[in-house]
Structure formats: C-alpha cells, structure tokens
Design a protein around this ligand. Structure first.
Ligand code: ZN
Length: 236
C-alpha cells in the first residue's frame, strides 16, 4: 500500500524530469524564466506547517505578481525517517544538522504545486501535474486536457513555478528555519530515539569487547596452565 502511494506521488525531481520537455513547446523557455527573475523574481510570502506560498513576478508585465504554492506531503513521516539517518547529523553525532536535513528533505519530499497564472492552466501544466502518476496539483485536479495548445503534453509547469524550483535548493537555511518553527517536536522525538539506539549500540559494543577480553584472558590462563603441566608429561 505504501509502495503504491509512493509511486503515485511526485517529488521535485520527478517534476523536474517531466519539465525538461518544455523546450519542445517553448524553445525559449529558459530565457522566459530569466525574465521572471529580472523583473522581480520570487518572494516567499507566507508559510504554515506544510505549505509555502510565493509571489512570483510576471516575466512580461510590470507590477504583476502571481501566487505560487508548494505543498509538502507526509512532512512528519519524512522528517522522522531522515533524522534516523545519522549521516545527516553533525560531526560529533550529538544532534541533527538542520541544513543537511533540509537538503535531504527537498530531495525526497512529495509535493503539490500550483500557480495562479493563465499559462499553467491553458498550456496544460495544471492538467499534466493532475495526472494520477503525478497527483501533484495543489487544490482541485484539472481534468480538461490541453488538446489544442499542448497536445503532446510537454513539460509540467509554467515559468513562475520553474523560477521557484530554481531557487528552492538555495534556501536551505529557510527550510531549516521552517523546520524549527513547525516541526521541532518531531525532530526532538526522532533524535531521542536515535540517541537511545546509539547508547544501546555502544553498550553492546562495550559488552562484546569485554567478552573478547575475558575470552583472551581465559585462553592465556589455560595456555599457561598447559605450559606448566606439559613438560612433566614430556619427561615421562
Ligand atoms: Zn505561472
């Protein structure tokens, strides 16, 4: 059941791979995304425990901003799973490194996205990300296929969403801040579990070391005893 759900949801990586074909629809797409950046770019507007809202400037009009939404799914389960990986902890393994955690989180999290611009609807992005294999449309799924404008269903999303995806990996400190604001209870609990496991492991290792030591000592004593007894046997 879990496997099936995983397959039907999209990570940022899944969407980025699908998005690559957008240049077949719009050969100048990368330049259009640049224009979004030049005109005003991306601003993080608000967030709550699972949704980030951005204002993204139009690439063609002046003083026109669109609403871009990123919703992160299964946040708590994923954070819990990631904290268990001690490679994401600090060097001394005393606690999680929130920046490393943020980066891993972005790579693995399932997302739902949307943009309020007309292109996301009319060129098929909304329809494509609504397909069951992505199920990544924030809000109501779009069922109207872009039969005329994008019959081959290239790409996955508009330039405003692309502009946000481009900057997201550079906002690792924002992700850390967001985790601190909303999810520290999960982090604390997961860290506690890992610390307990580390303590148990250390104890088991210490026990094993002691057992080996004892075995060596016993063996040595046995040998010494044999050394003392053997010559008398040989002389006979
Ligand atoms: Zn858009």
């Amino acid at each position: 059941m879990y496997e099936l759900t995983t397959l039907l949801e999209a990570t940022l990586g899944n969407l980025a791979r699908k998005q690559k074909s957008i240049v077949r629809l719009f050969p100048t797409f990368p330049d259009r995304v640049k224009n979004v950046g030049l005109r005003g770019g991306v601003r993080l507007d608000s967030w709550d425990d699972d949704t980030w809202k951005f204002k993204v400037h139009s690439g063609t009009e002046t003083a026109l901003w669109y609403d871009v939404v990123f919703q992160f799914l299964n946040v708590e389960e994923l954070l819990d799973e990631l904290v268990a990986n001690t490679r994401l902890w600090n060097k001394g393994r005393t606690k999680i490194n929130l920046n490393k955690l943020g980066r891993a989180f972005l790579n693995k999290v399932d997302v739902k996205i949307d943009c309020s611009c007309p292109a996301q609807l009319y060129w098929g992005g909304a329809y494509i990300v609504s397909l069951p294999k992505y199920d990544a449309k924030h809000g109501e799924p779009e069922t109207r296929s872009p039969r005329v404008r994008n019959p081959k269903k290239y790409g996955a999303h508009c330039k405003h969403l692309q502009a946000v995806m481009k900057v997201l990996p550079f906002h690792v400190n924002q992700i850390a801040k967001w985790i601190k604001q909303y999810h520290m209870d999960i982090i604390d609990a997961a860290e506690m579990t890992v610390r307990k496991e580390m303590t148990l492991k250390k104890e088991r290792q210490a026990d094993a070391r002691q057992a080996r030591k004892d075995a060596r000592r016993a063996e040595k004593q046995g040998l010494q005893k044999a050394e003392v007894e053997e010559p008398t046997v040989e002389e006979e």
